[in-house]
Design a binder for this molecule. Sequence first.
Ligand SMILES: Nc1ncnc2c1ncn2[C@@H]1O[C@H](COP(=O)(O)OP(=O)(O)O)[C@@H](O)[C@H]1O
Ligand SMILES: [Mg+2]
Length: 286
Amino acid sequence: MSKIIEISGLSKEYSGRKVVDGLDLEVERGELFGFLGPNGAGKTTTIRILTTLTKPSSGQVLINSTDVAKDPERVKSDFGIVQQHLSLNRDLTIAENLELHARLHHLSPRDRRERISELLDYVELSDYADYLVDDVSGGMKRRAMIARALIHRPKLLFLDEPTVGLDAQTRRRVWDLIRKMSSDGATVFLTTHYIEEAEALCRRVGIIHHGKLIVLGEPLDLRRKLGMIAVEMQTNGNATKYIYFPGRAEASEFIRGLPGTQRVVMRESNLEDVFIELTGQKVLGD
Ligand SMILES: Nc1ncnc2c1ncn2[C@@H]1O[C@H](COP(=O)(O)OP(=O)(O)O)[C@@H](O)[C@H]1O
Ligand SMILES: [Mg+2]
């Protein structure tokens, strides 16, 4: 039994509109999985269903073989969640936020003390334990939310857009933390609309568009299927045309055959190319 998440035929409708549409997906124990898609694709709704906050219109989710809709209390102790929006209590310090959460999970006073100190150390916030939430940076708030989600030692962690709004350097620090949790054995299910985040972190990605999973696989395999090298060309109408080649040699040969006036860019392909090719839209990233 190596699957930790099993999603079948999952749909969610709001006012007759399907925002999650027939999702089938399985995540292996220990995997670092990325759910990539533009804003409004249905990522948060999916996470909300997986974490028992919203009921699906149809379909089924199993976490550790337990049906999430039938036994939400049982699965709740199996996972931790870091929501997309800041969800710390701003009237409390970082340590008090963790303390509150530890009490909700019924940790004993001694276990609470040890666990909070261990986690603050883990996310490198020990020096900020007694700071009020508003007095620390965005990256620190995000790391505090991650620490809070880990309080009850869940083996499965949901991270909804873990680095949204963070600067490049802070984002990398959160990436390091996510890698550390993964190598410490947690299964990580993260959503993102940043291509480079999915490529940098995830062993496997699913791309979601209008509530549908349009492609699933390892980033390198997906790029290989499309072509590892992209050539961008300006068309007469000032639009950009993308052509893909297995390697630089093939791309160079193609470029040599073009009129000398044609302006082209040759570069490595990426997951955004996969997305554009499948949807005809360029909507990922900032
Ligand atoms: N509670 C809700 N009521 C109505 N529509 C919703 C609700 N939650 C989300 N939606 C709609 O569902 C779609 C998917 O939203 P969401 O899951 O938040 O996407 P993402 O996280 O990928 O940006 C959006 O069009 C959003 O407006
Ligand atoms: Mg979202």
